[in-house]
Design a protein around this ligand. Structure first.
Ligand code: IMP
Ligand code: MG
Length: 183
């Protein structure tokens, strides 16, 4: 990782989590999921929450060693650096999950609005048989939902971050490492 700060639009960000550390975290999450699903007789669905979770889901998928199907959905609750509190379904599921076990793959859980609304929708409306939640990052100071998060990669303080899929107004998703905003 370069030690330099980076500029995205009007904000400055400083180095926060190195790519190598992100990979170790994903190794660890994958191992926990493999332990729970290895030898399964169904084909669980890995649900990528677009766009932020593309890099995470891509890395995770390569480490899973049971038969699984990749499906995507696009949701949005963020504008700039703040959560709007309303979760919008921008693009529906790319395939049905009826009767299937689903593992939601999120880049980050902040207030939890997105993940809780999504889990509810998958169970009540889409007919999934079980929904587990997997997130690379969690902001525990902000998360205030009673819903259990099954697989959490790493807990981070409540600060706005970019990189490895995470964006600031759609920019920064392509950065290999994760950077934190400089206040
Ligand atoms: P929640 O609904 O408040 O839990 O927000 C979750 C979504 O907001 C994530 O899927 C991200 O897309 C986005 N998000 C939350 N925190 C950050 C951040 O620090 N940087 C960039 N995006 C974030
Ligand atoms: Mg997201």
């Amino acid at each position: 990782m370069k030690d330099e700060k980076i500029q995205i639009l009007d904000k400055t960000f400083k180095p926060f989590i190195r790519h190598e550390r992100i990979m170790e975290t994903i190794d660890n999450v994958a191992e926990r999921i493999n332990t729970d699903f290895r030898g399964c007789t169904d084909v669980p669905v890995i649900l990528c929450v677009l766009n932020g979770s593309i890099p995470f889901t891509g890395e995770l998928l390569q480490r899973l060693d049971f038969p699984c199907q990749l499906i995507s959905i696009k949701l949005s609750s963020y504008q700039g650096t703040k959560s709007t509190g309303t979760v919008l379904n921008i693009m529906g599921l790319t395939s049905s999950v009826r009767g299937r076990r689903v593992i939601i793959c999120e880049d980050i859980v902040d207030s939890g609005n997105t993940i809780v609304a999504l889990q509810e929708m998958l169970l009540d409306k889409e007919g999934a048989s079980e929904v587990r939640i997997c997130t690379l990052l969690l902001k525990p100071e902000v998360y205030d939902k009673p819903v259990k998060l099954d697989y959490v990669g790493m807990e981070i303080p409540n600060a706005f971050i970019v990189g490895f899929g995470l964006d600031y107004n759609e920019q920064g998703r392509n950065i290999k490492d994760i950077y934190v905003i400089e206040e």
